[in-house]
Design a protein around this ligand. Structure first.
Ligand code: GLU
Length: 316
């Protein structure tokens, strides 16, 4: 018998968890648990300026409130810096790392067509006094990297946006791409479900996995939850935090019912993650464009929240 699959949820504690984060958490839990697998929690707190311990507490409280319990002790990336340093050394030994002095602004100006997700070194940078260089990974033949996404189908990079390189370490901080590859391997993760905004990152992560001789997990990228204007929910918005919905009297089963409806798994009635297991199907997420409109309601008014869901539509 093969070992049970291992999925994970890897939030960055930069603010209170919102409905979009909970949507990903629920779906990755369902994917793992439907196959009798394990579901692990990893706190991606490498950005010491933006991540806060209070948000770690809060997100664990929110997950418990939603009935999403994790297996094993959660990992905190901030406590694993020596592992990232070791991986970086191994990557440096490949000869594909280089130091770069570009600021983010230089890079954005140097490669406007590449979009803000793929800024590359201009190749003309020179040291700035007092500023440590960043270490970047040179992408070699990214067009050969392909993967089968369990939601989106076969994926390959669009030639216009091939990243030429990406950051491994900047300002003495290991990058998300490096840490996630090290930790997915260390936690024995066999399947990664996350927002479709991270598809581009997968191509970078596969390059690092190959360079480090690590296994590539199965990937499923799910549509990101949007507001009624079609804008992706972000932590900075704040109003849709699970904590605020909790404070306004919404129960865990009500929230799960709402998220299930957005995932085309139910009619919005209160439910539990366990009850959704029999009907969970990743393929249902393929053509989904989940949108949620919430009216701001003052707590004193004690009105119920006005929630509209639009569970169907075309995902580009
Ligand atoms: N830490 C990332 C986030 O909160 C998720 C990374 C991942 O799932 O690979 O957006």
């Amino acid at each position: 018998m093969p070992p049970p699959p291992r999925g994970r949820f890897a939030p960055s504690p930069t603010g209170p968890m919102h409905l979009g984060n909970a949507f990903v958490a629920l779906l990755s839990w369902l994917w793992a648990k439907q196959q009798k697998g394990h579901w692990l929690l990893r706190i991606e707190d490498l950005d010491g300026q933006r991540c806060k311990a209070e948000y770690v507490e809060l997100l664990m409280e929110d997950l418990r409130f939603l009935g999403l319990s994790w297996d094993e002790t959660p990992l905190l990336q901030s406590q694993r810096l020596n592992l990232y340093a070791q991986a970086l050394q191994r990557l440096q030994a490949t000869g594909l790392c280089f130091t770069c002095h570009c600021s983010r602004k230089d890079m954005a100006l140097g490669a406007p067509h590449a979009g803000e997700n793929n800024p590359s070194c201009t190749g003309q940078c020179s040291p700035t006094p007092g500023k440590p260089p960043s270490l970047r990974w040179r992408c070699v033949s990214p067009e050969h990297i392909r993967f089968e996404d369990a939601v989106l189908g076969p994926q390959h990079l669009c030639p216009k946006i091939y990243p030429k390189d990406f950051v491994l370490c900047r300002n003495n901080q290991y990058s998300y791409q490096l840490a996630v590859v090290v930790d997915d391997a260390a936690q024995g993760i066999t399947q990664v479900l996350r927002g479709a905004d991270l598809v581009d990152s997968t191509f970078r992560q596969i390059q690092l996995q190959q360079a480090l001789g690590l296994h590539t997990p199965a990937y499923a990228h799910v549509p990101c939850l949007e507001d009624s204007h079609g804008k992706r929910l972000a932590k900075r918005g704040g109003t849709l935090s699970i904590a605020s919905l909790r404070a306004r009297g919404m129960s865990g089963p009500q929230l799960i019912g709402l998220l299930a409806q957005l995932a085309a798994l139910g009619d919005g009635r209160p439910t539990t993650p366990q009850a959704l297991l029999p009907c969970f199907n990743l393929k249902k997420l393929q053509s989904l464009r989940p949108r949620i409109a919430m009216e701001e309601v003052a707590i004193e008014e004690e009105k119920s929240l006005a929630i509209e869901t639009e569970p169907s539509g075309q995902w580009p």
